[in-house]
Design a binder for this molecule. Structure first.
Ligand code: NIG
Ligand code: FE
Length: 418
């Protein structure tokens, strides 16, 4: 048993996910303590009374600093091979991201590198990114495939995700994204690739999962719904086929243009709709009237040096569920740090630090259907905690570019950072 005591502020985020107007309720306990047993939170309360109630527990003195739930990063493309530094130069010269993809670069350049890599190489290249994210306070992360675009190569990405999850300490939640781009072999017959996805790849992933990981929940299925990737009708076909097999759904919608992906997500009961830069007032309403979590990825417009970000204030006003994620990937947003994402969300989307913290913890957990296990510090929940280097939670959002995490606790185990 471990007691983390003498925390100036414990941000409990207790009480479940937070819709629009209630976003930012941190549930702060001052002079607090958390008691941890068998990897779970046993009790949260005032330091004095918990030290008296659990005298035999091993003690960790938080020294008056902030203790909060580990960040949940609900949208990443963490597993890839190679890099795209050359494309960064092209983009600096004014070449648009989707034009580079249309030329066979972009996502397709990472597909070539990833197809050529073994599972062991993928694990080796991805591990430092997973560790960097963990050291910056992410304790649970979703990871998409989508750089293979053949059943075999997509399964290799899933194998790398499962292997890194088992290795720990970062917990990884897989998503199958065979619909990330139309592969070069199908460049002129995109509908045939959609047929392949629906008739062979999705059932193949389902069968592979049942035989290799029957004890784990099915991965999510995600589609890049955008001109130059999959149109609305194709996205619907893929998501409906996935839903019929029992996969939970996600979508990349409205990153560059509004094709109606966010409304489709709401209509299909998707767990989340992500990006949401060009989302219309009507689609914001559709999201707000659904259980679909709106996941904003401010690292992406920042990474592409674009002016527009998710209309977060309108989503909050409409009472939608808003979450934040890094979208870490080699093209648009190579950023392991949720802390930097919070700083961007405060400046570019007008969130308060309180709102950004809730969007990056309990609401981010809801974007993975994990809000009952992670994302807050409450009895019975997994003991995934951060001890920050600061005494005031507002330093998150306010500061950027240095790591404010002192220690990460994952499933009750304490990891010093740096
Ligand atoms: O979320 N937009 C599609 N997918 C990623 C980018 C992937 C890449 O460029 O490699 C995104 O921004
Ligand atoms: Fe993405």
């Amino acid at each position: 048993m471990l007691i983390v005591h003498n925390a100036g502020q414990i941000l409990t985020l207790a009480g479940g996910s937070q819709r629009g107007h209630s976003l930012g309720n941190l549930g702060i306990v001052e002079n607090g303590a958390v008691v941890i047993q068998s990897g779970q939170v046993l009790a949260v309360g005032k330091s004095d009374s918990l030290l008296a109630a659990y005298p035999a527990a091993e003690r960790y003195d938080a020294g008056g600093r902030v203790v909060m739930p580990g960040f949940v990063d609900p949208h990443t493309h963490l597993v890839w091979a190679g890099d795209r530094a050359d494309e960064f130069s092209l983009r600096q010269q004014g070449k648009p991201y989707m034009e580079i993809l249309a030329m066979g670069g972009g996502i397709l350049s990472t597909v070539r590198a990833t197809r050529a890599a073994s599972v062991a190489q993928l694990v080796t290249e991805t591990r430092p990114r997973a560790l960097a994210a963990f050291n910056h306070g992410t304790t649970t992360m979703e990871v998409k495939t989508g750089y293979g675009l053949t059943l075999e190569s997509e399964i290799n990405q899933l194998r790398a995700i499962v292997a890194l999850d088992q290795e720990g300490p970062l917990e990884l939640i897989p998503t199958f994204m065979g619909a990330h781009a139309v592969p070069p072999e199908y460049q002129d017959q995109p509908d045939e690739y959609v047929d392949l996805l629906c008739q062979e790849m999705l059932p193949g992933i389902y069968a592979w999962w049942q035989s290799e990981a029957p004890h784990l929940p099915l991965p999510f299925v995600d589609v890049f719904c955008e001109r130059g990737a999959f149109d609305l009708a194709q996205s619907r076909r893929i998501l409906e086929a996935a839903r019929d097999l029992g996969f939970p759904l996600k979508i990349h919608a409205d990153e560059f243009e509004n094709l109606g992906g966010a409304a489709l997500a709401a209509a299909l009961g998707a767990v989340s709709a992500d990006h949401l830069v060009k989302t219309s007032p009507k689609d914001i309403k559709a999201l707000a009237n659904s259980e679909t979590v709106a996941v904003s990825l401010p690292g992406t417009p920042f990474g592409l040096n674009e002016a527009e970000f998710t209309p977060a204030k309108a989503l909050i006003e409409a009472d939608a569920l808003l979450a934040l994620a890094t979208d870490i990937n080699p093209g648009t947003s190579w950023c392991e740090s949720m802390q930097f994402i919070l700083a961007l969300a405060c400046r570019k989307m007008g969130l308060s630090p309180q709102q950004a913290i809730a969007a990056a913890t309990i609401n981010a957990a809801a974007a993975l259907k994990l809000q009952n296990r992670v994302g807050s510090i409450e009895p019975g929940k997994q003991a995934d905690l951060l001890i920050l280097n600061v005494n005031d939670f507002r330093h998150l959002g306010y500061r950027f570019g240095t790591n404010l995490v002192s220690h990460v606790i994952k499933r009750g185990k304490l990891f010093p950072v740096g």
